[in-house]
Ligand binder design. Structure first.
Ligand code: HEM
Length: 243
């Protein structure tokens, strides 16, 4: 549908123009129109214009990449809600988490959704990587996207680890002690890395605020940008199931 110049009804003309500006080529009635529709629509543009029928079967990808992305969005939304209650201070963080769990309305559900989605994302990203490996989808021309993928895996694991510290309970404090001590044993840069991560020599307020900023801003932002490049490459390299 497109705007008809001189349309008698101004409301219909407006709706037609609005529709035409979003869906520029109408319903895909033949291959040519279908290709143009896919190329000019952002959401349809994510996949190649043509894919083999066998490749759009759920059993081909098990939708593991899509599931990982869905979980990332779910984590962002539930994380935003958690931010209304959680204050990254060593004096209040633990109590905030307890209040979230036992006092705030729906707090327990939101916290559990965030935790379970985080565990699930680690699993789906690993499985997605295994799927890509076993189908040989890492081979040229997709080797660059495989590299982007390895960074996405790293970001996913770092997001999980940095989030683990935030409740500031015994588990968190000792996990961060072990983690940063491991970093300390890296040659040359080790002690500096530990100092940088902790914001000092001890696991204290400096470490909490650093991991908080990493968890809620730096890592999600880098992850999102890498995902944009990842999806764009899937589109440009032609999905392995593409023609
Ligand atoms: C946050 C993590 C990730 C997300 C959200 C993600 C998302 C996706 C999506 C939606 C696709 C399209 C096909 C599908 O659903 O399987 C895809 C394809 C692909 N991914 Fe990922 N991915 C992630 C991590 C990884 C990792 C860890 C690797 C490997 C190290 C990887 C390598 C690839 C490759 C090579 C393709 C193209 C596969 C093909 O053409 O068959 N991705 N990814």
């Amino acid at each position: 549908m497109s705007a008809t110049p001189g349309e008698a009804n101004p409301v219909r003309a407006f709706v037609a123009q609005l529709w035409g500006s979003v869906f520029r080529h109408g319903l895909p009635t033949n291959d040519k129109v279908a290709a143009r529709t896919a190329l000019t629509n952002f959401f349809l543009h994510i996949h190649p214009v043509r894919v083999k029928k066998s490749a759009v079967r759920v059993s081909y990808t098990l939708c593991l990449g899509g599931l990982s992305f869905f979980l990332f969005i779910l984590l962002t939304i539930t994380g935003l809600f958690l931010m209304f209650y959680y204050i990254p201070s060593v004096d209040s963080a633990y109590q905030n988490v307890k209040d979230l769990q036992f006092v705030a309305v729906f707090g327990d559900i939101i916290r559990n959704m965030h935790r379970w989605a985080a565990h699930a994302m680690v699993i789906t990203v690993w499985l997605h990587m295994a799927r890509v490996f076993y189908q040989g989808a890492y081979k040229p021309p997709r080797e660059f996207n495989w590299v982007i993928g390895t960074f996405l895996l790293l970001i996913t694991l770092l997001l999980s680890f940095s989030g683990y510290l935030l409740p500031w309970d015994q588990l968190a404090i000792w996990a961060i002690t072990v983690g940063t001590n491991m970093a300390k044993y890296a040659p040359i840069v080790g002690p500096y890395t530990r100092y940088l991560l902790l914001g000092g020599d001890q696991v204290a307020q400096g470490a909490l605020i650093r991991f908080y900023v990493l968890h809620v801003i730096a890592l999600p932002l880098i992850g999102f940008l890498l995902m944009v490049v990842h999806f764009w490459r899937v589109r440009k390299d032609g999905f392995t199931g593409g023609l």
